[in-house]
Write a protein that binds this ligand. Structure first.
Ligand SMILES: C[S@@+](CC[C@H](N)C(=O)[O-])C[C@H]1O[C@@H](n2cnc3c(N)ncnc32)[C@H](O)[C@@H]1O
Length: 355
């Protein structure tokens, strides 16, 4: 039996998720990629071995078994449709008798005459009414620690209802972050940077401004036998944090940590030795001085170019793509690709460079 699933992911990295789904779940088919919406709908066989594989996805935030998709519109009339559709969706039959449930909702896009709270309430009413029809008693709705969690969303005009099957906690929370870097990257974005750089097993991978080590840890979790994973930061405190995080992820022995300045990489790293780089240099927004970051780019990129192999690739996330791109070209890189990726409240840019 084949079923449809909804994967949510970091907006801007939907193609990375679609590719991962294809490689982790052979035989699956991508039905829709909602560009910049962080949504990928796919179809795949349904069964125990497939469900277990879903947990291994590293680019997704949640996975739902999709129960329905229907156009409901943006005016308030949509709410009655959401209730009726949820009632007839079969969702109630997924709740074991006596178990509690909750609906978590999202609203994506602009111009709706209702909120995500309305979506959750009307979908919950519909599922609750169907539960009463099935079991003859009122359902147990529990917002904290429910047994079953439904995901309801309106994406522009489309209503989707699914049941979360890989846990309610976002899958980007890997559990290894014992040291909380103040500007830590979501592990799902770190994974995306590695994929966009084209990083491969057996190669040398580096994050020259690694903070709490997210990129290096994701690389160590992804690849079985990399030549080397190098994690550089000028701050001894962040490097200590990165070591702690990598110990929590059980990969510390596979990463080389260096307290060093990324504008002088060649002092510690052999020239022409690094195949892939994925990194998140400071945005400088909090410093309020774009020129301090630009000066950093000007000094960092030539040094990075020197330690990378010819043809090696770097994917870098930045809030100042225009300047970064110019500085990268001046340093001798070719810019292969640029895209917008949602990073917290910001649409940042990811640039893929070739040395
Ligand atoms: C945005 S944070 C990286 C966060 C990291 N991706 C994580 O998930 O924790 C940028 C890091 O660059 C480091 N940094 C800034 N200038 C540097 C330099 N010249 N050399 C090395 N590291 C530098 C900072 O100490 C900071 O930890």
């Amino acid at each position: 039996m084949r079923r449809k699933y909804l994967a949510t992911c970091n907006p801007g990295l939907e193609d990375v998720t679609a590719e991962e789904v294809g490689s982790v779940l052979p035989g699956s088919r991508i039905v829709e990629v909602r560009d910049k919406r962080g949504r990928v709908v796919f179809e795949s066989p349904y069964g125990e071995k497939w469900l277990a594989s879903l947990y291994t996805l590293r680019s997704t935030h949640s996975i739902s078994l999709l129960l329905l998709e229907a156009r409901v519109g943006k005016d308030r009339g949509a709410l009655a449709k959401i209730r009726d559709l949820s009632r007839s969706s079969g969702a109630a039959r997924l709740i074991p008798e006596g178990a509690s449930f909750a609906v978590r909702a999202e609203r994506i896009g602009e111009g709706h005459e209702y909120t995500s709270i309305d979506i959750a309430r009307y979908a919950g009413d519909g599922i609750g009414a169907a539960y009463e029809e099935v079991y003859g008693v009122k359902p147990l709705v529990r917002l904290g620690a429910p047994s079953i969690v439904f995901h309801a969303e309106v994406d522009d005009e489309i209503f989707r209802l699914g049941v979360l099957i890989a846990g309610e906690k976002s899958m980007h929370r890997r559990g290894y972050r014992v040291y909380d870097h103040p500007a830590a990257l979501k592990p799902t974005i770190a994974y995306g940077l590695l994929r966009l750089a084209g990083a491969r097993d057996g190669s040398t991978i580096m994050d020259p401004m690694c903070g709490g080590g997210t990129v290096a840890i994701e690389a160590a979790l992804l690849f079985e036998s990399p030549e080397s994973i190098i994690c550089v930061d000028k701050s001894p405190r962040h490097i200590r944090g990165a070591v702690l995080n990598s110990m929590a992820a059980r990969v510390s022995s596979r990463i080389r940590f260096l307290v060093h300045d990324a504008t002088r990489l060649e002092e510690k790293i052999s020239p022409g030795s690094v195949d892939y780089v994925a990194s998140n240099p400071p945005y400088g927004i909090r410093l309020g001085d774009p020129w301090s970051v630009r000066r950093l780019y000007d000094r960092f990129l030539p040094s990075l170019h020197r330690v990378m192999k010819g043809g090696g690739r770097a994917s870098i996330i930045t809030a100042d793509s225009e300047y970064f791109e110019k500085a990268a070209r001046r340093a001798g890189f070719r810019v292969l690709h640029a895209r917008k990726v949602r990073h917290g409240d910001l649409w940042a840019s990811v640039l893929v460079l070739e040395a």
